[in-house]
Structures are given as C-alpha cells and as structure tokens.
Write a protein that binds this ligand. Structure first.
Ligand code: MN
Length: 307
C-alpha cells in the first residue's frame, strides 16, 4: 500500500496514477500542525486495523491533480546514518573529495545522529539554502519508517518494527560543525513522494535508487552496498532510544554526492516507491542585518575538519 498526504494534509492511497481519498477513516484528522494523528495512523495501519482492510469503493482522482505533501510531516524524530557506504567514504577523503586527505571514518565509528523533525520537506517543496559562501550537497537515501513502539530489538527481529520505506534526501552543508547543525536546516530532509508499506518491498537489502539534478544523474545506489543494513540500523537505533511509530531512519548515501545550487531541480527515484521531486530556491537565504560580526564565520566557513 502506498500512503500519501495531499492538498491540506488529506490522506490518500495511491493506485497507479490515481489517488483515493481515505481521510474519513483517520481518527482525529486535522489539517493543523502538529499532525500527531499521522503517527497514530502509522501505528494503526502497521497493526492492520480493520478499517484499512475494507477501503470500499471510493472515487479516485488523477495523482497529477493533487498537491502531494511530506508523508510524515512531524515524526518524533529523524535518526540518520553517517557514512554507511564504503564508496561514499572513499570519495569524501579521496584526492578530489570534500575532505581530501582526511581519514574518513564510517558508521562503525560514528554510530548515529539526529536531524530535527522541522527539517522535513515534501514533494514539490522549494528549499532555501542558508549559506551562499558554503558548499551544500545532496545525499540520496532510502528513508525507513518505523511502525510500532520498540526498544532493544535485535537485527533478526527488526522486520517487525519496519512499517515501510520512502525516498529521503539528507541535505548537508559541508564543514566542521556538528552534523545536526549542518544537516538540520528547515527543508533539509525532503521525504516522499509517499510511504510504501513493507509488504510491497521484496528485499530490504536490494533496493536500487538514483538521483538526478537538472536531469543529470548524480547518484545511483543500492541498499545491498550498505555497511550497516537497514535491519542493523533499526537494531542500533532501538538500542539507543525507544523508536515510535512514524520515526524515520535516513539510511545513508552512496557515492556521487555533489553540490546543489539555487534553481536546481532534484529528482530522487526509489525502486518500488516512485519519484520525489523538490527544487532549490533561486536565491540563498539572507540573515537579518542585526546578527553581528560573530555570524560571519558561519556564512563563509572554509571546508572544516571532517565530520
Ligand atoms: Mn546522509
């Protein structure tokens, strides 16, 4: 099942190039933040609540007539995997890498980090880059959605906790600050175009995906090449923190990361899911003019230490 949010946060089931509005089945639905009903919805569908088995006959609208939204606009958290593909590790520290010459470690050393839920964006959104003088990169990833409350789940049992997957971009300012700062700006975690439930993914360890920028292929990856598999990520995350329905895990990016600039059009395509399109605003953000001299270093920071 493909679950989408659309227009004023209505709930839809995607069927081919059509979408069926099922908002009336969703308890406590509201078009206003904090959209906490989305988390209850994930939990209920993961349990296969009865209302979702009999959807009945409903009108279907063409998908291209609706405005798709981020399928999970306010999760309790977004957990992310740093350097989870060896070829990405190599490119970062390689001769032409962003952190050339540095000893880039992997998830085995860094473990996990958090991105704020306010960094989430959705299909069709326009993302404003914060710093004109700094390099900001795309990272194409598979987003893993948790379906139930779990703690200390093993890798072998992790499937029970996985609700589904979606496309995810982990946008990143390069530099020496901590990852949650550089990757946590508003709009820096686009997800979508919808969630595909676990039953429609034949093999979590063989999902291919690719990213184009202005129509040119930049990244092509497959979850088979992960250092820590999706199940291992779920196990590690659940050992650190209780996972709740709707929590999102950004599973890491393959090689091919590169700079994004104002006006760029990004398209992330994930096997079994579909394509997520976002664009970059045609100008950089401008800070208020009373920020003070101390702020200048953030606007113009040279490549920092690897992090
Ligand atoms: Mn990433």
């Amino acid at each position: 099942m493909k679950i989408a949010l659309f227009n004023d946060w209505r709930v839809g089931i995607v069927d081919g190039d059509k979408i069926m509005d099922v908002t009336d089945l969703v308890p406590h639905w509201s078009s206003d933040w904090p959209y906490s009903w989305t988390l209850a919805l994930v939990q209920s569908v993961h349990r296969r609540a009865e209302a979702w088995i009999d959807l009945g006959a409903r009108p279907r609208m063409p998908l291209d007539r609706v405005r798709l939204r981020a399928p999970l606009p306010s999760p309790s958290k977004v957990i992310a995997a740093p350097v989870n593909y060896h070829l990405h590790q190599r490119e970062m520290g390689g001769a032409h890498g962003v952190y050339s010459g540095a000893n880039i470690k992997t998830i085995e050393d860094y473990a996990l980090f958090l991105k704020p839920p306010s960094s989430i964006a959705g299909p069709g959104d326009v993302i404003t880059l914060p710093f004109a003088g700094r390099r900001t990169d795309h990272e194409a990833e598979v987003g893993v959605i948790i379906g139930k409350t779990v703690r200390n789940i093993s890798e072998a049992d992790a499937d029970q906790a996985i609700f589904g997957i979606t496309g995810l971009l982990d946008l990143t300012v390069r530099g020496g600050e901590d990852r949650p700062f550089r990757k946590g700006f508003d709009g820096f975690t686009p997800i979508g175009p919808w969630i595909v439930t676990r039953d429609e993914i034949p093999d979590l360890d063989n999902i291919s995906f690719h990213l184009t920028v202005n129509g040119e292929t930049r990244q092509a990856g497959n979850t088979a090449n992960m250092i820590y598999s999706i199940r291992r990520l779920v196990a590690l995350a659940s050992y650190q923190t209780t996972l709740y329905p709707g929590d999102i895990i950004a599973s890491g990016t393959p090689e091919g990361v590169g700079e994004i600039r104002p006006g760029d059009q990004l398209q992330l395509s994930i096997e079994h899911v579909g394509s997520l399109n976002v664009s970059i605003a045609d100008r950089y953000a401008e800070p208020p003019d009373n920020m003070g001299d101390w702020f200048q270093k953030f606007l113009s920071a040279a490549r920092g230490a690897p992090a």
